[in-house]
Design a protein around this ligand. Structure first.
Ligand code: ARG
Length: 307
């Protein structure tokens, strides 16, 4: 039974519903490993196991999408395109914050043709009112989207991994456009060529990280900014399964697979781990976070609360 306690003419003072997380994904219809731009990519192995791996990729991607939707996310889809096998890694499409998108500039010619495709996609989102502004990188500066430029809403900072795909000079571009502090961190291990394979800020202020992926200076900066007690080291066995490449929504952490140690470390801090069968993307050097891009992130200055 519902009792209406609202006086006549008075509106109930309900809190506005928080907007659902909005996530961009791209179906793996044309996903394959046909070139090598990171140490995980082995086209010969892909060729030998093509039908098994592409079937597993399709099923795993659908499971990831379903799980994110079950956790409350709305998913927007980029149209897949033949000849662009890495388009599925939408984390690389742009850096997005406060309704602004900064479209990626890729390092390798293999991925450059993705730029105009993503640009058109973001223009379409702006036309639908889902974005306010769409920007391109200045000439000569590479930045591979949220793959290398990860926002930490609680601390009001972008961490920017540079050295393999993105340029350190991108830090000033990001700081100017978004008005947010940027902490550049040098990446030194080619297996963790995108920073999102080695660092994942969590909603409670903890940060999952792979220490060996960063230079000694970068590790020092991370310890200083985050505090040793809130840095959660990803064990080597998990790091090489790309477990740090996780999607965090509130207290849920979605990833390909985690050891009992990593699960325990997360559970201890109040997080639930959801494993999804996306290992075949590992043969391209990608995992859960790479396959997603958050469209609704707000800085604390804009929202008054962490996202
Ligand atoms: N094969 C892709 C590349 O090397 C994988 C990208 C993974 N994306 C990521 N954000 N880590 O560019």
């Amino acid at each position: 039974m519902t009792i209406d306690v609202t006086a006549p003419g008075q509106r109930p003072s309900a809190q506005p519903e928080p907007a659902p997380p909005r996530i961009i994904m791209c179906a793996p219809d044309h996903f394959e490993v046909s070139y090598t731009i990171n140490p995980w990519m082995r086209p010969d192995e892909w060729e030998a196991r093509r039908s098994e791996l592409s079937g597993a990729a399709a099923a795993g991607w659908s499971a990831l999408r379903r799980r994110l939707q079950q956790l409350g996310a709305a998913v927007e889809l980029v149209a897949p395109r033949s000849g662009l096998p890495d388009l599925v890694f939408t984390a690389n499409a742009a850096v997005v914050l406060d309704g602004k998108a900064l479209v990626a500039r890729f390092r390798h010619p293999e991925r450059r043709p993705e730029e105009p495709h993503f640009r058109r996609f973001f223009d379409g989102l702006a036309a639908r009112g889902l974005l306010d502004e769409v920007h391109d990188m200045p000439p000569g500066v590479c930045l591979e989207g949220a793959g290398d430029c990860v926002h930490d809403a609680g601390r009001g900072v972008f961490f920017l991994g540079h050295g393999f795909r993105s340029d350190r000079e991108a830090a000033a571009v990001v700081a100017d456009l978004f008005g947010e502090e940027v902490e550049p961190l040098e990446l030194v291990d080619p297996r963790f060529y995108h920073m999102d394979t080695a660092l994942c800020p969590l909603s409670g202020g903890e940060v999952l990280y792979v220490p060996g992926a960063f230079s000694a200076e970068g590790r020092g900066r991370l310890r200083e900014r985050i505090g040793a007690d809130r840095l959660i080291e990803v064990p080597e066995a998990d790091a090489v399964r790309l477990a740090a490449n996780a999607v965090n929504l509130g207290r849920d952490v979605v990833l390909a697979e985690a050891s009992d140690d990593l699960k325990a470390a997360l559970a201890e801090r109040g997080y639930s781990v959801h494993e999804v069968p996306i290992r075949s993307f590992g043969l391209s050097g990608g995992s859960a976070f790479c396959l997603t891009l958050r469209l609704d992130r707000r800085s604390n200055r804009r929202s008054g609360r962490p996202v």
